[in-house]
Write a protein that binds this ligand. Structure first.
Ligand code: GAF
Length: 361
């Protein structure tokens, strides 16, 4: 697949690239919308689903020519440009963050290929950012640690693209190992790998409803959490734990429900980590189910299609299921015994015209 990014570069620009990089997407197993609240998350970088980038110097000082095989489109920008609301913003913001001066002298040609569907809730933006930063850092000989890449990528998304995300996706893509879950404390950036017991798989099913995080829903949730912090007199919602749930009767109902989701989903990540360590996948599945209900009822980020898919997955024999990622559509992640992967996946695809199995891990 790396060769494909190089081939696309060669085909588009008529010369070989100087180097290629890759960064994976992720599925999140537990802990949704907890990251920008300083909470816990449990994502897993995906095997074989990610973004490939090929780069080379040129065509002229300060000029960035970006070609996307996926969008079948090229965009020409200047390294000094600001945000323009185009896909190349993600690439440009990352290049500026790492090698603005160098690119002002050499220019840069970029080709990207993605095996990760856009809008599926599997963090295609973060993979694009991490792959872009890796490319600029390697090409211009400016080493950056994986954690620092994640921090920079999130800063680009917050400050340049204008999406107020947390750090989960960039961290999973840059620091994690595809196929292994990663427990992360998003406040301290302490992390540890989380081993998945044998005999079980996670099936990722796209609902067919594309989510678009730069639309209002995500930013509205961030603003609601900030309002809840103010109402409760805390710096971040992760300052609160299950013992604080009874304090929520003192604030507006909507803010109380948003806060309850964050407190309980944080706790579910901790309980889920313990369940994995104990090999208790039945408990892990129950935590996934509770997390979906909390996203649906308290955080209000699910859609009828993902609710129905989760229900159908459980009916078909799944141990647990939940919507994954930013929400408002996208994918669900389903926990099944290995022996049931085919039947559960097939039954969802048969029952829902738009459903597609994207990965089994
Ligand atoms: C999106 C964001 F980019 C993440 O930071 C995270 O908040 C996630 O939604 C929800 O958990 O993927």
């Amino acid at each position: 697949m790396t060769a494909d990014a190089a081939a696309a570069y060669e085909q588009h620009f008529g010369r070989a690239p100087e180097l290629t990089t890759y960064a994976p997407g992720r599925v999140n197993l537990l802990g949704e919308h907890t990251d920008y609240n300083g909470g816990y998350v449990l994502p897993m970088p995906l095997k074989g689903l990610g973004v490939f980038i090929a780069v080379g110097r040129g065509p002229a000082p300060g000029v960035v020519e970006a070609y996307s095989d996926t969008f079948n489109a090229s965009e020409t920008r200047k390294i000094t440009d600001g945000k323009e609301g185009r896909w190349s913003d993600y690439v440009l913001g990352c290049l500026k963050a790492v090698a603005q001066e160098e690119i002002a002298e050499t220019g840069l040609r970029v080709t990207l290929i993605t095996t990760l569907p856009m809008g599926a809730g599997l963090s295609s933006s973060a993979a694009l950012e991490v792959a872009s930063i890796r490319a600029a850092s390697e090409l211009f000989g400016k080493p950056i640690s994986p954690v620092e890449i994640a921090v920079k990528a999130r800063a680009v998304e917050n400050g340049f693209v204008g999406m107020p995300c947390g750090i989960m996706d960039q961290f999973a893509s840059s620091v994690g190992t595809p196929g292994n879950a990663l427990f992360l404390n998003t406040r301290t950036l302490d992390y540890q790998p989380a081993h998945l017991p044998d005999g079980h798989s996670f099936v990722i099913v796209h609902s067919g409803v594309s989510h678009q995080l730069t639309e209002d829903g995500y930013a509205t949730r961030v603003a609601e959490c900030n309002a809840a912090c103010e109402a409760l007199g805390v710096e971040m919602l992760s300052d609160l734990g299950p013992d604080d749930l009874d304090r929520l009767s003192g604030i507006a109902d909507l803010l109380a429900r948003r806060t309850r989701h964050v407190i309980t989903d944080n706790q579910r990540v901790l309980d889920g980590l313990d369940a994995l360590k104990a090999g208790n996948m039945v408990l892990f599945g129950q935590l996934m189910n509770a997390s979906h209900a909390s996203q649906r009822d308290d955080y209000e980020i699910t859609v009828p299609e993902t609710d129905a898919l989760v229900e159908a997955a459980l009916q078909a024999g799944a141990i647990g299921a939940r919507q994954t990622g930013g929400g408002f559509g996208g994918s669900i992640v389903v926990l099944v015994p290995d022996a049931a992967v085919e039947t559960v996946g097939q039954s969802l695809v048969d029952s829902f015209a738009k459903a597609r199995v994207l990965a089994v891990t």
